[in-house]
Write a protein that binds this ligand. Structure first.
Ligand code: 5GP
Length: 187
């Protein structure tokens, strides 16, 4: 059986990335989401094991020691990591896997698995991103500042990505990402 392809999707937070990813998953049953682990506190409505595995810092560090992560990074003062267990079995079954991780994570994955496809969703502008973050209403002023600062850095780092999609409008972005994924299904 043909092994699946690993797709990494990164974008500054607040760009509607989770909506885009859930639409991609709804439209393509062969695409599986890799649930990351994090030490961040759950946001309203987030479920353990669905959105993230929410861990304490000690639990996270134990997993680092036991080499349970394909990659991990500190983002906005919290730890986030991709669990190996979420990926290998799924790819071997022929499914494609999608990772929602930051640019540090994307670069680490590309080093370990050069065949991974890195897609960056570019916000139309920093101003628009700020507006989206504020409209989301889930982050404190301090968090918003941190996320905007990080967004500038992520945009700089996105030159390493295989594809860049300007995220103007959600359905349009979903279509463009689907086209990219389809291209790799046909190889
Ligand atoms: P949020 O707190 O908004 O859910 O995520 C913050 C950032 O952490 C996002 O850019 C998201 O892509 C990234 N992230 C989520 N999971 C992982 C992971 O497993 N590894 C890395 N490196 N980044 C992650």
């Amino acid at each position: 059986m043909k092994k699946g392809t690993l797709f990494v999707i990164s974008s500054p937070s607040g760009g509607g990335k989770s909506t885009i990813i859930s639409r991609l998953l709804d439209n393509d049953k062969n695409l599986k989401y890799s649930v990351s682990a994090t030490t961040r506190k759950p946001r309203k409505g987030e479920k353990n094991g669905v959105d993230y595995y929410f861990l304490t810092e000690d639990e996270f560090k134990e997993k680092i020691e036991k080499q349970k992560f394909l990659e991990w990074a500190e983002v906005h003062n919290n730890y986030y990591g991709t669990l190996r267990s979420q990926i290998e079995n799924t790819l071997n079954k022929g499914h494609n896997v999608i990772l929602d991780i930051d640019v540090q994570g994307g670069s680490s994955v590309k080093k370990i698995m050069p065949e991974a496809v890195l897609i960056f969703l570019m916000p139309p502008s920093i101003k628009e991103l700020e507006k989206r973050l504020r409209n989301r209403g889930t982050d404190s002023e301090e968090d918003i500042k941190k996320r905007l600062e990080n967004a500038r850095h992520e945009i700089d780092q996105s030159s390493k990505y295989d594809f860049k999609v300007v995220n103007n409008e959600i359905s349009e972005t979903v279509n463009m990402v689907e086209k990219i994924i389809k291209q790799f299904n046909e190889v």
